[in-house]
Design a protein around this ligand. Structure first.
Ligand code: CDP
Ligand code: MG
Length: 142
């Protein structure tokens, strides 16, 4: 089913010059990219986005990392977009992510902190929630 999902290029993908190869993978998977823009996030926005992990011990480091520079955000649309994008991303922990996935190929763990390059919504409900959070009510998906 054609659907949309929300993605973030985290600062590690931008600093590591991985944006272009990641975009190539997105196109090669048949997904369209729209609403691409650079954003400087506030701690409040990151806390809302990552509400499900905001009470974890590692959260402060993630928050600091996500607000330290620009992020690129985008909407991906295509067949089964949520799962297609999650498949391209690979597992959360780069050390567990398979080779051939974005996190497996570009991600790493340093001083116990996970650097996994990209975000992707994990369900259509969360895609809707995250798109409204990052773009406001003017941008809606089906
Ligand atoms: O990003 P994903 O949906 O795969 O994972 P999550 O469980 O929703 O966690 C969100 C983010 O928190 C991850 O992408 C990591 O950046 C971070 N995280 C971490 O550093 N260590 C963990 N044990 C779990 C999550
Ligand atoms: Mg998640």
């Amino acid at each position: 089913m054609k659907q949309s999902t929300f993605m973030i290029f985290k600062p590690d993908s931008i600093e590591g010059n991985h944006v272009q190869p990641i975009i190539e993978r997105i196109f090669n998977a048949g997904l369209e990219i729209s609403h691409f823009k650079a954003v400087i996030a506030t701690p409040e926005l990151i806390e809302q986005h990552y509400a499900h992990i905001a009470d974890k011990p590692f959260f402060k480091a993630i928050e600091d990392f996500m607000v330290k520079g620009p992020l690129y955000i985008a909407i991906l649309t295509g067949e089964d977009a949520v799962n297609t994008w999650r498949g391209l991303m690979g597992a959360t922990n780069p050390e567990a992510a398979e080779q051939g996935t974005i996190r497996g190929d570009f991600g790493y763990v340093k001083n116990g902190q996970v650097f996994n390059m990209v975000h992707g919504s994990d369900s259509t409900d969360n895609a809707k929630r995250e798109i409204e959070l990052w773009y406001g009510k003017d941008v809606t998906i089906d």
